[in-house]
Design a protein around this ligand. Structure first.
Ligand code: GTR
Length: 325
């Protein structure tokens, strides 16, 4: 008996040594709040396949989806301290860490999905990715997140007046809080994973998000009114820990950066399909969707712009976003 245990241990040790000698495989750990199959999760997996192929198997990526590693605020800390290698997060929770991300998070700053894509693919996007470096992070790519709209369990929101006094969960960011409060509603900042039960128990009346999040997080089961005010298009961002980045050779850094860029087109393809599918799913489940005139909401955002475009540099950035075709 003892001999067979010894033999098993010996075999395991030899095996470990052989793997080491073969140059080893480094698994880069990545976090995502969304479930398996969600476009962001699939895009990072795709990036991982490209990295594996291009490094001849020396590096691969494992995506810990469904908030397995914690809520977004926690995983941001993990990736900053190097506990985690990669993280795919909305720009919203980054607002307090990387202040420049507040600008593309402003309500109605993007005119359309194309405007958002062209902006984030160009020099403005590069400038924002670069800004992560001062915070122990390497910005790799932006992904789509569609438009965020309000949904709730009480009534259709057809005008600014309907929002008055309602309680809406928002991402833990000042920009989101001020936006909702400025519309006359009450913002309740809360982690994403707590929203379903807060809606169910009536702690909040509603929340705001895009079609795929509304559907995949099952919020539609407990909030049957979706009002298409499309107040924000907050891009998703993929970052790497500076510590993990510094462990890579310049050649491998270039491979990781390129693979991240190459995953964007794939993500957009998955995103466009999922937006349609998610809307179909929630409508089939009885969600009532209504349009809302957006101009009064746009006008109400003036004080939010004044507050967040507080320096000539930030004003200039907003102007360059607006001027992007
Ligand atoms: C989603 C986004 C998530 C998360 C979530 C939220 O649109 O993809 O990363 O930030 O919104 O509202 O917390």
């Amino acid at each position: 008996m003892l001999n067979s245990i010894r033999l098993t241990m010996l075999t395991a040790m030899v095996g470990a040594l052989m793997t080491g000698a073969a140059g080893a495989q480094t698994v880069l750990r990545s976090a995502d709040t969304h479930p398996d199959g969600y476009p962001t999760v699939e895009a990072v997996k795709y990036m991982g396949e490209l990295i594996k192929e291009r490094t001849a198997g020396r590096y691969s990526v494992e995506v810990y989806h469904s908030a397995q590693l914690g809520e977004e605020k926690d995983t941001i800390e993990q990736v900053q301290t190097g506990v985690l290698d990669l993280n795919r997060v909305s720009m919203g929770p980054f607002n307090s860490v990387v202040p420049i991300t507040k600008v593309p998070s402003l309500p109605y700053i993007f005119r359309s999905a194309d405007h958002m894509r062209h902006t984030m693919d160009g020099p403005v996007g590069d400038e924002i990715l670069k800004a992560f470096e001062a915070h122990n992070l390497v910005g790799l790519a932006f992904y789509d997140s569609g438009a965020r709209s309000f949904y709730n369990s009480k009534k259709p929101i057809t005008s600014l007046d309907d929002l008055k006094g309602m309680k809406f969960r928002v991402i833990q960011s000042d920009v989101f809080v001020d936006m909702v409060n400025q519309l006359g509603a009450n913002a309740v900042p809360m982690a994403y994973g707590e929203v379903y039960s807060a809606l169910e128990t009536g702690v909040i009346d509603g929340a705001e998000n895009n079609w795929p999040s509304f559907e995949s997080a099952k919020h539609y089961e407990v909030a049957k009114f979706f009002s298409l005010d499309q107040h924000q298009m907050v891009p998703e961002v993929l970052v790497m820990s500076k510590a993990s980045w510094d462990n890579l050779t310049p050649e491998d850094q270039a491979i990781v950066r390129q693979a991240a860029k190459d995953s964007v087109a794939k993500m957009r393809e998955l995103w466009d399909a999922r937006e349609k599918k998610s809307r179909e799913i929630v409508e089939a489940a009885g969600v009532k969707v209504n349009e809302i005139e957006r101009q009064p909401l746009i006008d109400a955002m003036k004080p939010v712009y004044e507050k967040y475009l507080s320096t000539p540099e930030l004003k200039d950035l907003a102007a360059r976003i607006e001027a992007t075709q």
